[in-house]
Design a protein around this ligand. Structure first.
Ligand code: ACO
Length: 328
């Protein structure tokens, strides 16, 4: 028996932000630069009233509706996020559990930045293998706009907010569902993408607020290079271990960080760009939400077919990365 995604869902905030917004805010950037260097045309920001638990809840409801199931069917909730409602606790998963009104089931968060969704899928796969759980709700949600320095043109143009959800259960056969999931980390690269201060090492204070070091800081070029190298290698190795090769991939869904990264990964795997599902032009980089959002949107519009080989590839701060190979 294998773990299988039985439903998908997603949501986005209502506030659409164009590239021109940053120019009007006084940043030294342009619509042309952003489109050419990142592929991003717009993104969505939450307003002050909404937090990750709200978006996560909306994606979960969409996912349950698509499965025609009630929240009482869920017996475990795993939420991947780097922007929890609260620093520390309670977890965003517990807040979503309360909104869904499904008490007395376990709920916890996973912190693996933009790899969070593939980390959460791999965790859910392990829980399903124990046979103690039947329907596991996995949510990828982030509101990176809330931890981004809107005066830093190198980062603020990249990120957006959103949420995606997947419901996993056991398949009756081993010939469908998750064929393989891998997760990895290299903490020696922790400094290339970080929120340097405001945590337990440097608790938030006035100096931190002034220097804005509680926002995302990134060495964009290092992230760019590591992402391509690690993801391409991981996909090749992972496919081999389930007797597949890159041409067998029907759809590749990478973390939506930069269109140039996505194109380069396809080139290095020698697969056509059409096999890569992308929505970065509309949503920007939504971190843990980007893979389920792209999956759910594509499934709504086009639909995966039985037997499709789908490869999910996450990468992000930590440095973390991971692959999920699915036979739909
Ligand atoms: N508008 C105009 N110019 C800009 C902007 C901007 N928004 N941002 C940077 N520049 C300038 C730089 O200051 C630099 O100017 P200089 O030559 O005078 O010094 C010039 O453009 C080139 O800068 P680079 O950093 O070399 O630009 P690059 O082509 O590498 O693009 C980018 C930058 C888009 C950030 C790219 O490196 C990238 O996408 N990296 C990967 C980022 C990523 O994937 N992050 C998310 C990881 S997932 C997670 O865990 C959150």
């Amino acid at each position: 028996m294998a773990a299988k995604i039985i439903s998908l869902g997603h949501t986005k905030p209502t506030r659409k932000i164009s590239n021109q917004y940053f120019v009007e805010m006084g940043l030294d950037t342009s619509d042309e630069w952003i489109k050419e260097r990142t592929g991003i045309h717009s993104r969505y920001f939450t307003n002050n009233e909404k937090a990750s638990s709200d978006l996560g809840y909306e994606a979960a409801i969409n996912c349950l509706d698509n499965a025609n199931l009630k929240s009482s069917a869920i017996d475990l909730i795993i939420v991947a996020t780097s922007t929890p409602d609260h620093n520390g606790f309670p977890s965003t998963a517990c807040l979503i559990q309360e909104k869904l009104k499904c008490p007395n089931i376990p709920a916890f968060d996973i912190s693996a930045a933009c790899s969070g969704f593939v980390y959460a899928l791999s965790t859910a796969e392990g829980f399903l293998a124990t046979k103690k759980y039947s329907n596991i709700l996995v949510i990828g949600v982030d509101c990176l706009s809330k931890i981004t320095n809107m005066e830093d043109r190198g980062t603020c143009i990249l990120f957006g907010d959103g949420a995606g959800a997947a419901l996993l259960s056991q398949s009756d056969t081993i010939d469908e569902g998750i064929l393989l999931s891998t997760i990895n980390a290299n903490g020696s690269l922790a400094n290339i993408l970080a929120v340097p201060k405001g945590g337990s090492k440097h608790p938030f204070n006035e100096t931190i607020a002034k220097e804005k070091s509680h926002f995302i800081e990134m060495d964009g070029q290092s992230v760019f290079k590591q992402a391509i190298k690690l993801v391409v290698n991981e996909i090749k190795q992972s496919l081999l271990s389930v007797n597949l090769t890159p041409p067998d991939i029907d759809y590749l869904i990478c973390h939506q960080a930069n269109q140039r990264i996505l194109d380069k990964i396809c080139q290095n795997l020698s697969i056509p760009l059409e096999k890569s599902i992308t929505n970065i032009h509309k949503f920007g980089n939504t971190s843990a939400a980007s893979i389920p959002l792209a999956m759910s949107e594509f499934h709504n519009q086009t639909g995966f077919k039985k037997g499709d080989i789908i490869v999910l590839a996450g990468f992000g701060a930590g440095f973390t990365w991971g692959i999920t190979i699915i036979k739909w």
